[in-house]
Design a protein around this ligand. Structure first.
Ligand code: HEC
Length: 145
């Protein structure tokens, strides 16, 4: 479904404009009017279900162990970065962490460290790591002025 969603968006306009010019008699405007909103709704549903599924599936205790092995040197086991160029992950949302790790893994987001680290992660690893880092509670103190 994810692949279809990625293809469906850019394809939507060219196909319908091709039809309007009469180039493709197989695709009728009725079919498009029916298929495209359905596809868009399905993609949205997948995105929403995907985000909650990641939340439900992750095991924070397993994530803590994986983080200790693979992430803590740079991001800390507590999610407070050990290096100035690495981000704080503590308390970050499930949605955001999941999205960034998958972007590093797919190559949509690139970083010399993270691209290598993320390639080795399975969906289950990501869910566990995300469960761990997102479950850390953060309190902030604003500067006086
Ligand atoms: C060698 C150091 C290093 C290791 C190990 C490492 N990271 Fe990173 N991570 C970074 C750096 C540097 C960045 C910032 C990348 C950038 O500038 O785009 C980053 C960025 C991230 C981000 C994006 C944060 C944001 O705010 O956008 C996430 C999520 C993340 N790392 C998770 C992990 C997880 C989970 C692991 C363990 C599986 C891990 N990292 C291991 C160095 C590391």
């Amino acid at each position: 479904m994810r692949g279809i969603c990625r293809i469906a968006r850019p394809a939507a306009r060219p196909i319908s404009s091709t039809y309007r010019q009469g180039a493709d008699p197989l695709i009728t405007s009725k079919t498009l009017a029916f298929v495209l909103p359905g596809l868009a709704a399905a993609c949205l549903a997948t995105a929403l279900i995907g985000a909650t599924a990641a939340e439900a599936a992750g095991d924070a205790a397993a994530g803590r162990k994986k983080a200790a092995q693979s992430c803590a040197a740079c991001h800390g086991i507590d999610g407070l970065a050990k290096l100035p160029n690495a981000a704080n992950l503590a308390g970050e949302s499930v949605y955001y962490l999941d999205r960034q790790l998958k972007a590093f893994r797919s190559g949509d987001r690139k970083d010399e460290n993270m691209s290598v680290v993320a390639k080795a992660l399975s969906d289950a690893d990501i869910a566990d790591l995300v469960a761990w880092y997102s479950s850390i509670e953060v309190t902030v103190t604003l500067p006086k002025k």
